[in-house]
Write a protein that binds this ligand. Structure first.
Ligand code: PHE
Length: 369
C-alpha cells in the first residue's frame, strides 16, 4: 500500500508539471482540464495493473474519452477548432506517456515484490537423483548384438502374440507335438497364442526377404512352466537365422564356438548333444559347463541337477520343409538356426542361480549390475 500511494503522489507532481507546460499558456478549457484532473486522480489511485490497464482503455482505447474528444472536434466553430485540436492532441500525447510509464513502473514494483517473497534455503540437503541402468538381461542382449552386428547380421524384433501357423505349422511341428498342448502354451484362441519361442520370426523373415539372410531376433517368450530354480513362465531368447548357398553344420558349429568365446571367454567348454526339433535337421542342444558348481560338485547342484552341464540353447540346420513352406528352394539354399536362452546366459555370466530374480524388480538385486 505504502509503495503505491507514494507512487501516486509522485505521479501527481510529474503530471501537474507536464500539464502546466502543455496547457499552461492556454485560456480556460474546462473540458480538457477536467479530463486531465480525472486522469491524474485515477493514476494516483490505481493500485494494480488491472486498474491501470482499465484506465488506459477508458481514456485512450477505441471508445476512450480522449478518442471521443478528438472525434467531436469537428463540431466546434472553425475559429476554435485549431486551438482546441492542439490542446486535445497534447492531452492525448501526455496521457499516453503518463499511463505507459505508470504501467512500466508498476511492473517493476511487482517484480521487486515477487523477488522479495521468494527465498531459497541453500542449507537444505540436495535431492539425490537415482540413475537407472540396464537390466542384466538387456546387458547380455547388447553384448551378443555387438558380436552379431560385427558379423553383418541384422537385429529384428517380432510380435509376442503370434499365429499358431507361424509358431507351429510353418515350423513343421506335427499336430501331436507336446509343445502344442494347452498345458504347455498360452493360447488366446484357436489361431493366436503367446509365442513359446522366437523361432516364428524365422518364418516371418523368410517370407519377407530372399536369401542371403543373416538375422538375430532377441525377445521375450512364454511357456506354461511351473516356477522353479530353472524355469519362469516368461523368459528370453535370441533367435539366429542364416540362409545362403552352401551353409553347412560346420558353419553352425563355428558360430556357436564364436558366441561362447565372446560371452564366457576362451576357457569355457561346450558340448553338442544330438537332439530333435521339428524345424531343424539335424538338431543339437548346446551345453556349457555348469556356471553354479563349475561342474565340481554336481551331486547337490540345483542348477545342473548333477550333470555338470547346463543346457543353454538349441540349434540345427533349417529343415527343408520349413524352407519350402516359406518360399525358399532347399535345393538351392541351406541354412542354420539357433535359439539362445539369454536368461541362462545371463545367469552363467553373473553367477545367478535363481531366474526368478530377473522378474522381481528388486532394486537391491538390479542395482548390482
Ligand atoms: N526354438 C527352440 C526352443 O525354443 C530353439 C531352437 C531355435 C532350436 C532354432 C533350433 C533352432 O527350444
Amino acid at each position: 500500500m505504502g509503495v503505491f500511494s507514494s507512487l501516486g503522489l509522485f505521479y501527481a507532481i510529474i503530471l501537474k508539471k507536464t500539464l502546466e507546460q502543455v496547457l499552461g499558456k492556454r485560456k480556460d478549457n474546462p473540458m480538457i482540464d477536467n479530463l486531465r484532473k480525472k486522469i491524474e486522480t485515477a493514476l494516483a489511485e490505481a493500485k494494480d495493473m488491472t486498474a491501470l490497464e482499465n484506465l488506459r482503455v477508458s481514456i485512450l482505447g477505441k471508445k476512450g474519452e480522449i478518442t471521443d474528444l478528438l472525434k467531436s472536434l469537428g463540431q466546434l466553430p472553425k475559429e476554435e477548432r485549431a486551438q482546441a485540436g492542439q490542446a486535445a492532441n497534447e492531452l492525448r500525447d501526455w496521457a499516453t506517456l503518463a499511463i505507459k510509464s505508470a504501467i512500466d513502473d508498476m511492473a517493476q514494483v511487482q517484480q521487486q515484490n515477487a523477488l522479495a517473497t521468494e527465498s531459497i534455503d541453500v542449507t537444505l540437503p540436495g535431492r539425490r537423483r537415482k540413475i537407472g541402468r540396464l537390466h542384466p538381461i538387456s546387458v547380455t542382449h547388447k553384448k551378443l548384438e555387438d558380436l552379431f552386428v560385427s558379423l553383418g547380421f541384422n537385429i529384428l524384433e517380432g510380435p509376442h502374440i503370434e499365429t499358431v501357423y507361424n509358431n507351429f505349422d510353418a515350423l513343421n511341428t506335427p499336430h501331436n507335438h507336446p509343445s502344442r498342448d494347452e498345458a504347455d502354451t498360452f493360447y488366446f484362441n484357436d489361431n493366436l497364442l503367446l509365442r513359446c519361442h522366437t523361432s516364428p520370426m524365422q518364418v516371418r523373415v523368410m517370407e519377407a526377404q530372399a536369401p542371403p539372410i543373416r538375422v538375430v531376433i532377441p525377445g521375450m517368450t512364454y511357456r506354461r512352466d511351473e516356477i522353479d530354480a530353472t524355469h519362469t513362465p516368461a523368459f528370453h531368447q535370441m533367435e539366429g537365422l542364416v540362409i545362403d548357398k552352401g551353409i553347412t553344420f560346420g558353419d553352425l558349429k563355428g558360430m556357436l564356438e564364436l558366441i561362447v568365446r565372446h560371452i564366457f571367454g576362451p576357457g569355457t567348454a561346450i558340448r553338442l548333444r544330438p537332439s530333435y526339433f521339428p524345424f531343424t535337421e539335424p538338431s543339437a542342444e548346446v551345453d556349457v559347463t555348469c556356471y553354479s558348481c563349475k561342474a565340481k560338485a554336481p551331486e547337490g547342484c540345483r542348477v545342473c541337477k548333477g550333470s555338470g552341464w547346463v543346457e543353454l540353447w538349441g540349434c540345427g540346420m533349417v529343415h527343408p520343409n520349413v524352407l519350402r513352406m516359406s518360399g525358399i528352394d532347399p535345393e538351392v539354399y541351406t541354412g542354420y538356426a539357433f535359439g539362445l536362452g539369454t536368461d541362462r546366459i545371463t545367469s552363467a555370466i553373473n553367477g545367478i542361480t535363481d531366474p526368478r530374480l530377473y522378474f522381481d524388480n528388486d532394486m537391491q538385486f538390479l542395482s548390482q549390475f
